[in-house]
Design a protein around this ligand. Structure first.
Ligand code: SAM
Length: 310
């Protein structure tokens, strides 16, 4: 298998080593169905220089403008961010970034709160246990399919007790809307998906976005790809994936993870798994391995081989 870098319009996966701005400038307008990303938070992590907040926002704006240009009119952008911290003050990046999206005419559909259980223990404020996904659409005619991401009803057998529907199930048979608060474990040291990347997001977080916001065979873009969580989630569900990453080490890990998915050996936390409940350990099912499915695998990597590096 040989996954290469340059943009092929019909490729199933494109992993670009380099600045996402170089990848984006080669991309035609209205090419992408969904953008899912977690950009650098300007925290001085090994992969990011710490910038003045205004310079950080200026750089983010350049990428966001390009993402909007390459997005189809029916498309969505999911920008997953936490807080920037300066002199012990927190600056919520979604609040800072919202005006950029708004000025580009995007429409906010949800501000999804991603709640998780592990993180730093603060001593001068409450410990932070959530981050945010800003979900924007480019227009009012946007792709959205709730059914694949419905979650089990709390009382699945509950019935209407009066009126013309008396005796019929009152909840949707496929489950309920997962709401805009998602409890999904973050990828810390003992998470089955953990790599050496300090800030990868869980594949199941992206799966829900991919399934609800992109059509089958659609194109999913992650301009800040990291170790490829978005690409894996997209390919697992029969979408195409495009991503850029400046750090070759992380990109190598992304390639390895895609190969493991191809071989059916990539271990990951399944989307349907309950958050660990110490009071009910039998409900805690083990992680599963993921396979991309034979025909897709062959197609993905056959086409990837045709890509020519810059
Ligand atoms: C928060 S991490 C994303 C992690 C990713 N969601 C995952 O699950 O692996 C941001 C990534 O963006 C990369 N990066 C920073 N600036 C970049 C740029 N201009 N173009 C492409 N990648 C960049 C960093 O190296 C880092 O791996």
């Amino acid at each position: 298998m040989d996954v290469q870098e340059s943009l092929q319009h019909d490729a199933d996966v494109v992993l670009h080593h380099g600045d996402c701005r170089r990848l984006l400038e080669h991309m035609p307008a209205a090419f992408v169905d969904l953008v899912v990303t977690s950009p650098p938070y300007n925290l001085g992590k090994p992969y990011e220089p710490r910038l003045h907040i205004q310079e950080y926002l200026r750089q983010q704006q350049i990428v966001i403008e390009e993402c909007v240009r390459v997005l189809k009119p029916s498309g969505s952008i999911c920008w997953q961010v936490g807080n920037y911290v300066e002199n012990r003050k927190i600056i919520p990046l979604d609040v800072k970034l919202y005006p950029i999206f708004e000025s580009l005419g995007l429409r906010l559909r949800n501000r999804i709160v991603w709640h998780f259980g592990h993180g730093l223990h603060a001593s001068h404020r409450f410990s932070g246990r959530y981050e945010v996904i800003l979900w924007f659409t480019k227009s009012d005619q946007y792709y959205f399919d709730l059914d694949p991401v419905r979650v089990p009803q709390k009382y699945p057998n509950k019935k209407h007790f009066k009126g013309p529907k008396a005796g019929q199930l009152s909840g949707h048979p496929l489950g309920k809307n997962p709401t805009d608060v998602w409890a999904i474990p973050n990828v810390k040291a003992n998470h089955v998906e953990k790599t050496e990347h300090p800030c990868q997001f869980p594949i199941e977080l992206v799966e829900r976005l991919v399934l609800a916001m992109s059509p089958p065979a659609g194109v999913v873009l992650d301009p800040f790809l990291g170790v490829g969580s978005t690409a894996i989630a997209a390919l697992m569900h029969g979408r195409r994936a495009v991503g850029a990453e400046t750090d070759e080490t992380y990109l190598d890990i992304a390639r390895d993870r895609l190969r493991a998915a191809e071989a059916g050996t990539l271990r990951m936390r399944p989307m349907s798994r309950q958050v660990y409940d110490p009071a009910n350990p039998t409900a805690n099912v083990p992680p599963q391995t993921v396979s991309l499915g034979r025909s897709l695998q062959q197609e993905v990597f056959r086409r990837a081989r045709q890509c020519v590096a810059h």
